[in-house]
Design a protein around this ligand. Structure first.
Ligand SMILES: Nc1ncnc2c1ncn2[C@@H]1O[C@H](COP(=O)(O)OP(=O)(O)OP(=O)(O)O)[C@@H](O)[C@H]1O
Length: 221
């Protein structure tokens, strides 16, 4: 499903080049869940951006469903993202001028996969049924985050990439959102790569890896 091979990424900084990822290998099979942990600045978001083809590595390859991202044009990578990936960030990035339902279906429509029954199911699952006509500013933080998760899952992606999906929520709401995310992932058979500082978020994932000094390690090493 997702394969990163020998990924190296260096950023230029005033102090000289900063090597954030150093020959990183990672494979994620269909339906698998993986938590990527590590200290602030260890390169977790960088890895997630590379996995999504939002940025390209200096060397090494990222393959999504057997397609090498660096061999694709930017529009082709955007199309692949639209059809295969769901993205959830700590900032919800909802569209303020669109209703709850339209926010939820936006990505699905762009991917040509707007399925009313699945949308209704998601709205109910997310506890947002009855709120279809509201706008994001009329929702609580937890509701907005649930909507962002629903939007990512609406086109039925094969892989969900989530960067601190509960980072903006208090613990009780975060637990609810997390349980929901897990249920929806199980229902849809989607693989999940979640970047998190939180051991609570990481605990239920099938695998946990830690990024340190540019390398991926098993936890505890
Ligand atoms: N565009 C950039 N230019 C220069 N340095 C960058 C750039 N993007 C990230 N960095 C640096 O690369 C390192 C890794 O950043 P990254 O955001 O991937 O870390 P992270 O593990 O996700 O951190 P956090 O947990 O704080 O979000 C940091 O030292 C950061 O300052």
């Amino acid at each position: 499903m997702l394969r990163l091979s020998g990924i190296t990424k260096t950023y230029p900084t005033p102090q000289g080049p900063l090597r954030v990822l150093d020959s990183v290998d990672l494979e994620l099979a269909a339906g698998e869940s993986l938590a990527l942990m590590g200290e602030s600045g260890s390169g977790k978001s960088t890895l997630l951006h590379l996995a999504a083809g939002l940025d390209l590595p200096d060397s090494g390859s990222v393959e999504l469903d057997g397609q090498r991202l660096s061999a694709l044009s930017e529009p082709a990578r955007a199309s692949l993202r639209r059809h295969r990936l769901g993205l959830v960030f700590q900032q919800f990035h909802l569209v303020p001028s669109l209703s709850v339902r339209d926010n939820l279906t936006l990505q699905a429509r762009l991917a040509g996969r707007d399925d009313r029954a699945w949308t209704d199911h998601l709205l109910a699952r997310l506890g947002l049924d009855g709120l279809d006509d509201r706008y994001p500013e009329q929702l609580s933080g937890g509701q907005q985050q649930r909507l962002a998760i629903g939007r990512a899952l609406a086109p039925r992606p094969q892989l969900l990439l989530a960067d601190e999906p509960t980072g903006n929520l208090d613990e009780a709401v975060a637990d609810q959102v997390l349980a929901l995310l897990q249920t929806l992932i199980d229902e849809s058979g989607c693989a999940l790569l979640v970047v998190t500082h939180s051991t609570r978020v990481a605990a239920p994932m099938g695998r946990r890896l830690r990024l340190a000094r540019g390398r991926l390690l098993e936890p505890g090493r």
